[in-house]
Design a protein around this ligand. Structure first.
Ligand code: SAH
Ligand code: SF4
Ligand code: F3S
Length: 465
């Protein structure tokens, strides 16, 4: 079923030829720096972009200003994300005055946005290359053209999206990995631009996903995060998400997580998996967006508050220790004070471990962009502050309730503030800091939780027999 979506082997070979051609150019960039904005999809794409650049003979450069090529992998989900991307790129114009050979590339969701390619052509001639989300796999060809023809290349494909298998990748973490299981989104929530810039929903074949996961396990990866805009609507080779999850679990990777889950498609099989699968972590990101039925309908979310709460109850009866997290939008067009209070009461009822909260941002081309939006911005700001205050209180109560517990932590990093401390996550996803050194990174450590801060826990390493 996927055949017409999957990029052909001959096209991939053609791109490898372009990569070799770039490598052979006497005058070419030697180093690159990728700036990633937006969600995990972009983070994963950046690993592929880095993989292709390495194949073209460039090496990663940690300091952005020192790199010969700077690539922005952009996001446009909210207006401020877009402004930040453009602001950053404009700043590079100054850097380019000092170093005219610097190459500036812009890819990702903002580049794919309707009208953006024309806008960049007209207003930002110092940007060397612009490519969209659907033709990212052709980066070698485009860069080759920039270098050989010494001119701006703007290539954004109008497409429902493709699946490119087998591209090179430079993974950021040796012990934790993102694996795409699907791309795109068909849900068209009325406020959201993602379906327009990421194309239609398309699932990778389960064999391709499993092969990638197996390779990661063989390489020593301890944690796999399965990615999709709505993993619950995964349909690869006839199998559904819960089935795929079962097969990934059987590979034996110590920790499995996934995101994002749309409540309307959260199946009983998936809920049951939380009680059965040994490696599935007790954490679920289940964005509710709003707590009022009318707003949910206007958002085109296709579930009700009651249905959402029922899902939460079912899940907690299967896995009482599950940590729930959410995304919430405040100030959707026409949201009244009473409707907003329904969101507050839902948050009180569910008690999320944490939540990402956003003020509604108008995105051109979406259905909500046409809706009257009379609520003043100050009122929306005041609402989000109330929501954040409530969530902060709940987060801190939940964290405090962890004190005294013994947890297995997968150590991620040395603390930025104190070199004698490391940090990592519990199965539920709480961040714990404890005294330790860099040797522990990528390892599982038993930790006793000693105290709770606003967003993180503190503990100490213990040995158990
Ligand atoms: N596919 C995921 C989320 C993708 S975008 C899902 O459906 O859950 C991440 C979050 O950004 C969304 O959950 C939503 O809360 C927020 N978001 C999307 N569009 C937005 C907009 N126009 N204004 C404010 N927040 C938005
Ligand atoms: Fe956007 Fe809705 Fe799709 Fe999530 S499910 S990406 S919020 S349209
Ligand atoms: Fe942004 Fe694109 Fe993700 S718009 S949130 S980077 S899918």
């Amino acid at each position: 079923m996927n055949e017409r979506l999957v990029v052909s082997e001959s096209e991939l070979a053609r791109q490898r030829d372009f990569a070799a051609r770039v490598r052979a150019l006497p005058e070419r960039p030697r180093s690159f720096h990728v700036v990633t904005m937006g969600c995990q999809m972009n983070e994963r794409d950046s690993e592929t972009i880095a993989g292709m650049l390495v194949e073209m003979g460039l090496r990663p450069e940690r300091v952005r200003e020192r790199a010969d090529l700077i690539l922005y992998n952009t996001c446009c989900v909210r207006e401020n994300a877009e402004n930040r991307a453009l602001g950053n790129v404009i700043w590079l114009k100054e850097l380019k005055k000092e170093r005219p050979e610097l190459l500036i590339c812009v890819g990702g969701c903002m580049a794919q946005e309707a009208g953006m390619a024309e806008r960049i052509k007209a207003m930002y001639p110092f940007i060397d290359l612009v490519f969209g989300t659907h033709n990212m796999h052709r980066l070698p060809e485009y860069l080759c053209r920039v270098l050989e023809e010494r001119r701006q290349v703007v290539e954004v494909a109008q497409s429902d999206g493709v699946i490119a298998e087998g591209l090179p990748q430079e993974r950021v973490s040796p012990f934790s990995a993102f694996v795409n299981i699907m791309y795109g989104c068909n849900n068209f929530c009325s406020y959201c631009i993602v379906p327009y810039v990421r194309g239609r929903e398309r699932s990778r074949e389960p064999e391709a996903v499993l092969e990638e996961c197996k390779r990661l396990v063989d390489e020593g990866v301890q944690e796999i995060m399965l990615l999709g805009q709505n993993v619950n609507s995964y349909r690869g080779g006839g199998s559904e998400f819960a089935e795929l999850l079962r097969r990934v679990d059987a590979l034996g990777v110590p920790r499995i997580r996934f995101m994002t889950s749309h409540p309307k498609d959260l199946s009983d099989e998936l809920i049951a998996a939380y009680g059965e699968l040994a490696h599935l972590m007790p954490a679920l990101h289940l964005p509710v967006q709003a707590g009022n039925d009318e707003i949910l309908r206007e958002m085109n979310r296709r579930y009700t508050r009651a249905h959402y709460l029922e899902l939460v109850n079912k899940l907690r009866s299967v896995r009482p220790d599950v940590g729930l997290t959410s995304d919430i939008i405040v100030g959707f067009p026409g949201e009244t004070e009473a409707q907003f209070e329904d969101t507050l009461s839902l948050v009180r009822e569910v008690r999320y471990d944490s939540a990402f909260t956003f003020i509604y941002s108008r995105r051109a081309g979406t259905k909500a962009a046409q809706m009257p939006d009379p609520t003043p911005q100050e009122e929306k700001t005041e609402r989000i502050q109330r929501l954040i205050a409530l969530q902060t209180e709940i987060t801190s109560e939940i964290l405090s309730s962890q004190v005294g517990k013994r947890e297995t932590v997968l150590v991620e990093s040395v603390s930025a503030r104190d070199e004698g401390w490391v940090g990592g996550k519990t199965p539920r996803g709480h961040m714990v800091n404890f005294p330790g050194n860099a040797d522990l990174i990528g390892k599982f450590v038993r930790v006793e939780i000693r105290s709770a801060g606003r967003n993180t826990l503190r503990g100490r390493q213990i040995t158990e027999v």
